[in-house]
Design a binder for this molecule. Structure first.
Ligand code: A3P
Length: 324
């Protein structure tokens, strides 16, 4: 081996170690030898301490916005293409390297004393994400937000439809969720993207292979929506933050139908139109189908929560009790 030219040698090496074909970034600050050769003009102390991992359509933007209101927390700078989401660990941005990620967490006044965080809702079910996230951020606190998977699937369908997805516009929600494996590929793909993230226990188990239970909070997204101050109490406790009373910071906006940031006595600042959309209720037959479809997954989640010593959210009890 030692006598082969570099390219052949590399080829041989990756044949022997195919798992090393894609990089796995670690934190240069965590290794003295790496820190010694890390350029003086670079930093690593501001890497996120908290990751909100989604899944999509569970209220992740609301949580991101509420977290950013806390003086002890510092969000990432926005991305020009994906707005508040960096989507580093789950797609090609990862291959852009650590420098790319770090640019969104610049050192600056306040950032050294504040906990940096980011939220990318596609992290939850991204296959490589837990491993990559753990390699770089082994001590991070992870927050997953869970709502009834049926509701999540319907919200996701409405979301993708309003983005003009041709497949979503061609097929009704019921057609999407009931598509079988002989359906056309675009329909099957849509079905999978719609239904799979709701198999919560499966994905949480993958996160738990990397992170210990005390690093993971499963936040009740229904509570975040209906009583965000109570949900934020739980988040602050989990992150060991100095307590802020979100009852003072948030106000229910009757026009929006959601809690929004209280800007002044009369004024509120709500999330944009794409959050809290207005659409017709789910058809009864779809609701029935999904309840049955998710029963094994919800049962697995229920067992997982028992194992972790955590209470089951009300939506989970409801979904399981009325499953038939
Ligand atoms: P809908 O638009 O289907 O109602 P995400 O940010 O993860 O994409 O989630 C979007 C969902 O967040 C919305 O789905 C909405 O129900 C929910 N949500 C929870 N709290 C909210 C709030 N305070 N303002 C707006 N949407 C909120």
């Amino acid at each position: 081996l030692g006598s082969a030219p570099p390219l052949q040698l590399a080829h041989k090496y990756f044949q022997l170690r195919p798992d090393e074909l894609s990089p796995l970034w670690g934190n240069p600050c965590d290794d003295v030898r790496h820190r010694r050769i890390w350029s003086k003009s670079k930093w690593c102390g501001t890497l996120p301490k908290v990751l909100v991992i989604g899944p999509q359509k569970t209220g992740s933007t609301a949580l991101y916005t509420f977290l950013a209101m806390h003086p002890a927390l510092a969000p990432n700078l926005p991305s020009p293409t994906t707005y508040e989401e960096l989507q580093f660990f789950n797609n090609n941005n990862y291959l852009k390297g650590l420098d790319w990620y770090l640019e969104y967490f610049p050192p600056g006044p306040g950032n050294s004393s504040r906990l940096t965080f980011e939220k990318s809702a596609t992290y939850f079910d991204g296959e490589l994400v837990p491993r990559r996230a753990h390699a770089l951020l082994p001590n991070a606190k992870i927050i997953a937000i869970l709502i009834s998977p049926s509701k999540r699937a319907y919200s996701w369908y409405q979301h993708i439809r309003s983005h003009g997805d041709p497949a979503a516009n061609n097929y009704s929600f019921h057609t999407v969720i009931t598509a079988n494996d002989s359906a056309p590929k675009p329909l099957r793909d849509l079905r999978n993207r719609c239904l799979n993230p709701g198999k919560y226990a499966h994905y949480l188990e993958r996160w738990l292979l990397e992170f210990s239970p005390h690093q993971l909070l499963t936040l009740d997204g229904a509570q975040l929506r209906a009583d965000p101050a109570l949900a934020m109490d739980a988040v602050q406790k989990f992150l060991k933050l100095e307590h802020r009373d979100y009852r003072q910071l948030l106000k229910y906006d009757a026009k929006k139908g959601f809690f929004c940031q209280a800007v002044s006595k009369e004024k509120t600042k709500c999330l944009g139109k794409s959050k809290g959309r207005v659409y017709p209720p789910m058809e009864e037959r779809s609701a029935k189908f999904l309840k049955r479809y998710y029963t094994p997954h919800n049962t697995a989640l229920s067992k997982l929560l028992v194992r972790l010593g955590r209470p089951a959210p009300q939506w989970l009890k409801d979904d399981l009790s009325s499953a038939g």
